[in-house]
Ligand binder design. Structure first.
Ligand code: PMP
Length: 407
């Protein structure tokens, strides 16, 4: 029977990583995967994570028992406070149910599965993604058979937000569509709506009775402020939306491989809110049980130890500022170097865009050329991970970009 299984293409991002690893060129540069690197291009274990690890390991009662189906309770409730704010009315009114998931991917998947099974916003619901979006959104929603559409997002001309295009597409989408939104630090473009634009987006979603699903993979990583990066999600909750949130701790805690994440269902204010949450929680528990039984314990313990301790939390914020600050510095350096070189085109978008990534505007042809000639690795759409740039390679990268743009 196995002969009927066609060969699938390799995952482009993980394929790129493998090609980089194989490359023996000394000055090679990895601008592919979205993982933080320090100024020596090395992974960075956050000092606060090391401390939390010590706390966990010194517990004489440490064991490796199963977590409950919904995960570690101290972790999921701290996650609610982190994304919604400690004074959130949704928390006070018990309008949320949360499950620990296999990082952000697992949270998006659980949400997709839940929507596929229960969403009845219209007779034939579609999920709308920004064009472009994180490539895995497509696969995750396709796997659960939810039909996909896109709304315009990135303007190739300004290398900023195509706000008009986005709004008119959301206005003309069938009433009750599912709209996937990046909470902050949009991947892959690094372009976020302003607060005024978010307000308009909320207005349109409300008028069209669309259903928001926030994917939040970079809280604290974009601006360096956890509260600022959660602004859009909190605004939508304040507006009384019923919505979903997928939350990842991969980037902001550097817990990539530990797979710590959380999924939240928030319902609207009303007398039946508690009943809604109870029913939804019972169904989510069944989905979770059949998919993963119960989530992994270590990453959640690390995050929970930090999130529930004031001193460690403050230290974490400091660590976050170290990461976001270095990235912002590298944006400035790269832009300055390109402008000094007089590289054709405008480069203000490098500093205008935020978060882990920059959408350079390099074409696929240029991306392949720069990989071949200079051993600088980036995804085919011209996205670079800013974390791959450091004080030692920024000149090299700028010169390589300059050369390929002029060819
Ligand atoms: N959503 C977006 C937009 C992302 O960029 C990422 C990380 N690349 C994720 C979700 C989830 O990543 P993880 O599963 O590693 O938390």
């Amino acid at each position: 029977q196995a002969e009927v299984v066609p060969k699938a293409p390799e995952d482009p991002l993980f394929g790129l990583m493998a090609a980089y690893r194989k490359d023996t060129f000394e000055r090679k540069v990895d601008l592919g995967i979205g993982a933080y690197r320090d100024d020596n291009a090395k992974p960075w274990v956050l000092p606060v994570v090391k401390k939390a690890d010590d706390v966990i390991r010194s517990d004489p009662d440490l064991n490796h028992e199963y977590l409950p189906i919904a995960g570690l309770q101290q972790f999921t409730s701290a996650s609610q406070r982190l994304i919604l704010g400690t004074d959130s009315s949704a928390i006070k009114e018990n309008r949320i149910t949360s499950l620990q998931t296999i990082s952000g991917t697992g949270a998006v998947h659980l949400g997709a599965l839940f929507l596929r099974k229960f969403y009845k916003g219209n007779s034939d619901p579609n999920v709308y993604f920004s064009n472009p979006t994180w490539a895995n959104h497509n696969q995750i929603f396709t796997n659960v058979h939810l039909p996909i559409k896109t709304y315009p997002y990135f303007s190739a001309e300004t290398k900023g937000l195509d706000f008009e295009g986005m709004i008119s597409s959301l206005e003309s989408a069938p009433e009750g569509s599912i709209i996937l939104l990046h909470a902050c630090a949009h991947n892959p473009t690094g372009v976020d709506p302003t607060q005024e634009q978010w307000k308009k987006i909320a207005e349109v979603l409300k008028a069209r009775q669309h259903f928001p699903f926030f994917d939040c993979a970079y809280q604290g990583f974009a601006s360096g402020s956890l509260n600022q990066d959660a602004w859009a999600v909190r605004y939508f909750v304040e507006q009384g939306f019923e919505l979903l949130i997928a939350q990842s701790y991969a980037k902001n805690f550097g817990l990539y491989g530990e797979r710590a994440g959380c999924f939240h269902f928030v319902t609207s204010p009303g007398s039946d809110a508690t009943d809604t949450v109870t029913r939804v929680a019972s169904q989510l528990a069944i989905l979770q049980r059949s998919e993963i039984s119960n989530p992994p314990i270590y990453g959640a313990k690390i995050a929970s130890t930090v999130l529930n301790d004031d001193a460690l939390f403050a230290e974490w914020e400091d660590n976050l500022r170290t990461m976001s600050g270095r990235i912002i510095d590298m944006r400035k350096s790269l832009r300055t170097k390109l402008e000094e070189l007089g590289t054709p085109g405008t480069w203000n978008h490098i500093t205008d865009q935020i978060g882990m990534f920059s959408f350079t505007g390099l074409t696929e042809k240029q991306v392949l050329k720069i990989r071949e000639d200079a051993h600088v690795y980036m995804t085919k759409n011209g996205r670079i991970s800013m974390a791959g740039i450091n004080t030692k390679n920024v000149d090299y990268v700028a010169n390589a970009i300059d050369k390929v743009v002029r060819e």
